[in-house]
Design a protein around this ligand. Structure first.
Ligand code: PLP
Length: 371
């Protein structure tokens, strides 16, 4: 079976430098924060053309703490796409706000700027934008609307580390950039981890304070924060992996280009907007009868995944928001048709060919049947 994601080849490729770095941190016995975390914060910030960054416990916590920094009051609304991972809107709820869903663009799956303004009212405080599957959201129009209404923009960059919009890296386009180092992400750690970038030192300081129990001076607490720091051993491993990120993203793009070349006639392939550097966290096609296609691909030894089968407005966890089926048609159609194919930098051409041939065969029988 060709898996949707495989980490073993990558591990073998960087085993020596990775193990040396982690072992050095392990033997250093400074396990919370310390020089590894601050060095990685600096390196990650510099990679983004920024001066500083704050390492946190996960991507979810990155979003949560950025939203906490806004000091939301009950009833404050935060706009976010409905076609995304739960953490995007979950973090809004955790930070005391109310998520207000917006439908997505059918091609890029990003929050559709045309639908934003009708959702803005005096209670609206912020927008969480998601660069889903590694494709940057249309930040130009989104920032224009946000600035006009004085809204804070938080970028959920969990799936898009290294992606760029008009030559600028995602995470530096809005007011906060939130990243995840969950092992399957483009820059994946050896466990959970996350990072926050911000456009001002004040915003970043607020997050840094919140990650350490609301304190700047030890045992003096200004607000109720939490304990959510990037782990030292994770930072040591991530410093090594960051050095390979651009090369890995280029390889993802090469795999995607090859898939697209051979599949564009038979299925709906992912779009790439001009001026966008897509990093293909997922390669997601659209097919009718998706569940059967998935099963038939599995019979041919090709793994695939459904990101995501249920839009957030239809999730049990958000039932209190009283949303019903039919209110977000683009997202509801996408959840029935999306299928993500195997995608990782080390996917060699032989296995790419197997995926391509399987998708062609499965869709050819359908076309024949339909004819
Ligand atoms: C993975 C992910 C997150 C959460 O990151 P964790 O590190 O797993 O907490 C948030 N948003 C999106 C879109 C994600 O894919």
């Amino acid at each position: 079976m060709i898996p949707i994601l495989e980490l073993k080849t990558q591990y073998a490729e960087i085993q020596q430098e990775l193990e040396e770095a982690v072992l050095e941190a392990l033997r250093g016995t400074h396990y919370i924060l310390g020089s590894q975390v601050s060095a990685f914060e600096q390196e990650f910030a510099h990679y983004h053309g920024q001066d500083d960054a704050v390492g946190v416990g996960s991507g979810t916590e990155a979003l949560h703490l950025a939203l906490r920094a806004l000091e939301l009051k009950p009833g404050d609304e935060v706009l976010c796409p409905t076609f995304t991972f739960i953490a995007t809107a979950g973090a809004v709820g955790l930070a005391g706000g109310t998520p207000v869903f917006v439908d997505v663009d059918p091609c890029l799956y990003a929050l559709d700027p045309k639908l934003l303004e009708e959702k803005i009212n005096p209670r609206t405080r912020a927008i969480v934008v998601v660069h889903l599957f590694g494709h940057p959201a249309p930040m130009g129009p989104i920032m224009e609307i946000a600035n006009r209404h004085n809204l804070v923009v938080i970028e959920d960059c969990a799936q898009a580390t290294g992606a760029a919009y008009e030559g600028k890296k995602v995470g530096t386009l809005g007011h906060f950039g939130c990243f995840s180092f969950f092992p399957s992400k483009n820059l994946g750690g050896l466990g959970d981890g996350g990072m926050v970038l911000a456009d001002t030192p004040e915003r970043l300081d607020a997050v840094r304070m919140l990650r350490g129990h609301g304190s700047r001076v030890k045992y003096y607490h200004e607000v109720l924060g939490t304990n959510s720091r990037l782990d030292t051993l994770q930072a040591a491993g991530l410093r090594v992996k960051l050095r390979h990120l651009d090369r890995w993203n280029e390889r993802r793009r090469a795999v995607a280009a090859r898939y697209t070349e051979h599949l564009k006639e038979v299925v709906s392939v992912p779009g790439e907007a001009p001026d966008s550097y897509h990093v293909y966290h997922q390669y997601t096609i659209r097919v009718p009868e998706r569940d059967q296609v998935k099963a038939e691909l599995a019979e041919k030894g090709v793994g695939s995944m459904i990101y995501y089968p249920v839009s957030l407005h239809l999730q049990e966890a958000f039932r209190d928001l009283g949303q019903t089926e039919g209110s977000y048609p683009v997202s509801e159609k996408a959840q029935k048709e999306v299928l993500s194919l195997p995608m990782f930098p080390e996917l060699d051409e032989a296995r790419q060919d197997q995926v391509i041939e399987a998708v062609q065969a499965v869709t050819a029988t359908r076309v024949a049947k339909a004819g």
